[in-house]
Design a protein around this ligand. Structure first.
Ligand code: HEM
Length: 470
């Protein structure tokens, strides 16, 4: 097993910074190349490596393809990036792959559809620390003529919840190389190459990575490509960062649950069927009739053994679509399902934004709270080495596919865009029940895309190369 080069890996790949609850995501575009390079050069020493556990602040930097082209990377280097990254999230064909059509189409986004060069993710131990850090960064951006397009706020919510009132961030893939002494369970641990370039992935191949011809690295900053010593590995220790700003319509979500249930407790039951976990995080598969607080961190479960039909956790629920674990109807065995599902995992690193509708995030209280007209949602972020096989596959084949798992007109009830295709709505949610299933019709969209982009999240040596390759 290869050792991770933690001092060269940006720390977000192995940490979530729960100890740094304040954060802002700054979206930039450069005006002049030289000045932009200077800005990045000055920021590079501040970038937090995975070898450090920061106590006060952390910084991470990632680039769009347009940003790398603006920095005038040689064509041979630009060409070596994967197609999805080069085309970008807002590209016309991609709108259909991701379901970003109708009201979710990029022309309605607040950002991501205009010139965007890079993103800086800044984390602080508290708001004061964050504001001080941001003031320093703004001085630097003003001095170098960089335009801050947006400063996206974030705010962690009580009890590790997201805005609908459900506990989030429970199921996380574990990188094998980080825990070499643990038993290597194939369905819960993953080779680093699934998330970090320059290491073997699940196919026992080096994760695909952008490269540089050696003559374009005269200062010899980059490591050799392991499988091709005629190339330098620009991707080594980097990743792709997928960002989607998803507005959550919390009053609409709970209005629907109330309107389709006999009482508040049944409304919470219906919402939990849609998520696949109870609000406290306990998985429906392990406790189908009521939440069990002792299971709120539980992640060691599957569907094959005793929930193939989805009587406990509906096949179309959010967690069962985004990670079908050991049961995919397209696969013949439990093992095949596990292997298939494993190839489509992501490291989720997003944070909520906006004020909670009810501070405790208790669904009963949220249901009683009047619409305050405020915007809130999730800055969904995930890190992957293969945008198409991991993020896009899940979004296209599992989240939005109306026939997922043998269903007919359903998409992910929580995040699906149900009105993306004029010919076929996907606005049903089916709950398998014996003897006949229950179908909830006319689901509104509970989330809306407000912006998004694909970024290259380089290793630290690669970051130095980007600003100094001539
Ligand atoms: C506003 C948007 C979203 C909300 C409110 C949301 C909410 C949740 C919640 C409550 C969980 C359960 C906690 C856990 O298992 O860790 C979860 C899990 C998950 N979500 Fe989302 N999510 C959103 C967007 C997305 C998107 C865009 C994707 C990817 C396309 C995604 C992929 C996943 C995955 C992979 C899991 C873990 C499933 C498992 O391993 O069992 N989510 N989400």
């Amino acid at each position: 097993m290869n050792k991770l080069e933690k001092e060269d890996i940006q720390g977000l790949l192995i940490r979530g910074y729960g100890n740094l609850p304040s954060a802002k995501y700054l979206l930039y575009t450069g005006t002049q190349r030289e000045q932009t390079l200077e800005f990045i050069r000055q920021l590079t020493p501040k970038i937090t490596p995975a070898s450090e556990k920061p106590a006060n602040e952390a910084f991470h930097l990632a680039f769009t393809y347009e940003g790398l082209a603006f920095l005038e990377l040689p064509a041979a280097v630009l060409d070596s990036f994967c197609r999805e990254f080069k085309e970008g999230m807002a590209e016309l064909h991609r709108q259909f792959v991701l379901g970003d059509t109708g009201e979710n189409a990029p022309q309605h986004w607040d950002w991501g559809n205009e010139s965007l060069h890079f993103i800086l993710l800044v984390y602080g131990k508290d708001e004061n620390q964050l504001n001080e850090t941001l003031a320093d960064i703004r001085q630097l951006s003003d001095a170098t003529g960089i335009t801050e397009l947006h400063a996206l706020p974030t705010g962690l919510l009580q009890g590790q919840k997201e805005h609908f009132g459900f506990r989030d961030d429970i199921s996380r893939p574990i990188i094998r190389e980080l825990l070499p002494d643990l038993p290597q369970e194939p369905d819960t641990t993953f080779p680093a190459g699934e998330f970090i370039m320059g290491y073997d992935n699940l196919y026992n191949e080096l994760a695909p990575s952008p490269t540089v011809p050696p003559q374009m690295d005269p200062k010899n900053k980059l490591p050799e490509h392991r499988d091709n010593n005629n190339l330098k590995d620009l991707g080594k220790n980097g990743s792709y960062l997928v960002f989607r700003q998803m507005k959550q319509n919390v009053p609409t979500f709970w209005e629907y649950m109330k309107a389709n249930s006999s009482d508040p407790s049944a409304a919470i039951g219906l919402a939990s069927k849609m998520v696949g976990r109870w609000p406290d995080g306990s998985p429906l598969t392990l406790c189908p009739f009521q939440p069990d607080p002792s299971l709120s961190d539980a992640n060691d479960f599957g569907y094959w053994e005793d929930d193939k039909a989805g009587l406990k956790c509906p096949i179309g629920s959010h967690i069962r679509r985004t990670n079908p674990r050991d049961h995919l109807v397209t696969e013949k065995s439990r093992k095949d399902s596990q292997e298939m599902a494993a190839k489509h995992r992501m490291l989720r690193k997003g944070r909520p934004y906006g004020p909670p509708l009810s501070p405790e995030l208790d669904p009963e209280m949220i249901m009683q709270s009047p619409d305050d007209g405020q915007e809130r949602g999730l800055h969904f972020i995930c890190l992957v080495t293969d945008i198409r096989r991991q993020f896009e596959f899940v979004q296209n084949n599992w989240v939005n596919f109306h026939k997922f798992g043998g269903l007919e007109n359903d998409a992910d009830p929580v995040i699906g865009n149900h009105y993306q295709n004029e010919r076929r709505k996907t606005d049903s949610f089916s709950i398998p029940e014996y003897p006949v299933r229950k179908v909830h019709p006319n689901l509104p969209n509970f989330t809306h895309i407000k912006g998004g982009a694909y970024f290259f999240f380089p290793g630290i040596r690669a970051l130095q190369y980007l600003t100094d390759y001539e």
